[in-house]
Design a protein around this ligand. Structure first.
Ligand code: SF4
Ligand code: SF4
Length: 505
């Protein structure tokens, strides 16, 4: 461990010997020519999917709204180029399951004709924070670091919770990926302007931009762009995975720990990614919705690895055709090798949160057979959340999910550091993924059981109430009948008394 790490108190995480970033990071950004078709997914973010506002056969222009947000936590979707809608239906989701999800397919006409910008050009700092947030919402901006939470409600939350500091994530610690690095080098001015706009929208008075110290060019470009803005500080952080994780970056930059189960906003901090800030700049200053982004295409099977500006919804096979392949990939991954997802095939579209596509060779995949745990403790040292991965794993294998939860399963980031350092190749992170899924399923089952119980209880109470009401109604009717009979009896008695009185008179 180096002195710098000790000074920063960073003792967790891993530092892969070869981070495989160079082949892609070293070449200039390329713009991908438009493919024949795009499949633009309706759900590309945390929250509710967007609702289509176009029909099959309709011609659309670049930047035109094609699906509207529904609800607060949702984001609209825009056409990345001009063409004709050929289908609104299911395509394969970027997930190992290969399950379908809804998308709008556009056959591009190659003209790339632009629609009207979203909003008139005004100084964003003359707008009320709520108006800035609305512009961010209208442009469909979501967190581009992979979390994909819609950015506008996050900014509104910042204002509501009196957030004082923005942490801007330029960490990008996953091996192979360099799309954020590329954004910072090529678009540093846009990133810094986006940071300033976000500070205005959230009410934050300070911004700390954390950049891993293995990105000197990005750090220099960002420092230059931030000159003259005293409230924005560019801070190198140790290159150590998972430095790009919100909690770890907050801790390193502010010295504060986010409590377990709480959001960073609870300690007055909001985290946003550098690519998100560049997208916010374009949305607010130019009225450009989020319909394209920089994607790293890398891996041993790629002929010309690099960072590519590509439309959202481009099929992976088109992206790979553009960069070329040296051999058939043994595995395709969306995201980085530590936290990304393996893809079922290449006919899958990119989404807003996709910062990288990896085409890996068999030699790059380390699927070594596991052996027994030797209790070396390496996984404990590596865990950035201070968990005991070997104990968590033992509880899960014993089916003791409640004990695993008590030992912090919820806090596990699924970062994979423990599995990476394990000399026995124990599939720790896969076990935690499985356990999180199992805990979620059990919680859903419990909710369903409780719901069914509450329905049964409500039915029982309704039946009892109805039976009670029937008895009460019968008693009421009986009493009414008795009263009517008594009244009739009384009337008959009075009538006969009157008749007898009249006769004697
Ligand atoms: S790193 Fe692997 S072998 Fe070592 S204690 Fe953890 S699980 Fe066991
Ligand atoms: S236990 Fe979870 S948070 Fe800790 S190293 Fe393993 S995957 Fe990462």
């Amino acid at each position: 461990m180096g002195l710098r790490e000790l000074l920063n108190g960073v003792r967790w995480g891993v530092h892969p010997h070869d981070d495989h970033k160079r082949p892609a990071a070293d070449v200039p950004l390329r713009v991908m020519p438009l493919p024949a078709r795009l499949c633009v997914p309706l759900l590309q973010h945390v929250g509710a999917p967007a609702l289509p506002v176009v029909a099959v056969g309709e011609r659309v222009l670049r930047g035109q709204l094609i699906a509207a947000a529904q609800g607060n936590v949702s984001a609209p979707v825009h056409a990345p180029s001009s063409g004709v809608i050929s289908a609104i239906g299911e395509v394969t989701a970027p997930h190992p399951s290969g399950l379908p999800f809804s998308a709008i397919t556009i056959e591009l006409d190659g003209k790339d004709e632009a629609g009207e910008p979203l909003t008139p050009q005004v100084d964003p700092f003359s707008l009320a924070p709520a108006e800035v947030s609305q512009r961010i919402a209208d442009a469909g901006i979501v967190g581009l670091g992979g979390a994909t939470f819609p950015s506008a409600p996050k900014a509104q939350l910042g204002l509501k919770l009196s957030v004082h500091t923005l942490i801007i994530n330029g960490g990008e610690c996953e091996p192979y990926l360099s799309s954020d690095d590329s954004v910072m080098r090529v678009r540093a001015d846009e990133v810094i302007d986006g940071v300033r706009i976000l500070m205005h929208a959230t009410g934050a008075t300070k911004a700390l931009v954390g950049i891993e110290d293995n990105k000197p060019e990005a750090t220099a470009a960002m420092r230059k762009a931030a000159e003259g803005f005293a409230s924005i500080e560019i801070r190198p952080v140790p290159a150590r995975y998972p430095m790009g994780s919100d909690r770890q970056l907050v801790q390193v930059l502010t010295g504060k720990e986010v409590p377990s189960g709480a959001r960073t906003a609870s300690i007055g901090v909001l985290v946003n990614n550098v690519s998100t800030c560049a997208a916010i700049h374009r949305a607010v200053r130019v009225g450009e919705p989020l319909y394209r982004r920089i994607v790293t295409v890398n891996g041993g099977a790629v002929a010309q690895p690099g960072n590519v500006l590509a439309p959202i919804g481009v099929l992976i096979e088109d992206l790979l055709r553009f960069v070329g392949l040296k051999e058939t990939p043994a595995r395709l991954v969306m995201g980085g090798p530590m936290m990304g997802v393996a893809l079922p095939h290449a006919q899958v579209p990119t989404v807003k949160g996709c910062g990288g596509i990896l085409a890996l060779t068999a030699g790059e995949i380390t699927d070594t057979a596991p052996s027994a745990c030797i209790r070396c403790g390496s996984c404990v040292k590596a865990c950035p959340m201070g968990l005991l991965p070997l104990e968590l794993s033992a509880h899960i294998h014993a089916g003791e999910y409640d004990k695993a939860e008590a030992k912090g399963l919820d806090d596990c980031l699924a970062c994979g550091c423990c599995a990476y350092v394990c000399p026995s190749h124990v599939p720790l992170v896969q076990t935690f993924y499985h356990a999180k899924g199992e805990v979620w399923k059990r919680a859903q089952q419990k909710k369903r059981t409780e719901f069914t119980k509450s329905l049964a209880q409500a039915r029982k109470e309704r039946l009892e109430r109805e039976a009670r009401e029937r008895v009460e109604a019968a008693a009421r009717r009986k009493a009414e009948r008795a009263a009517q009979q008594a009244a009739a009896q009384q009337a008959a008695t009075s009538a006969s008394a009157n008749t007898a009185g009249g006769a004697s008179a």
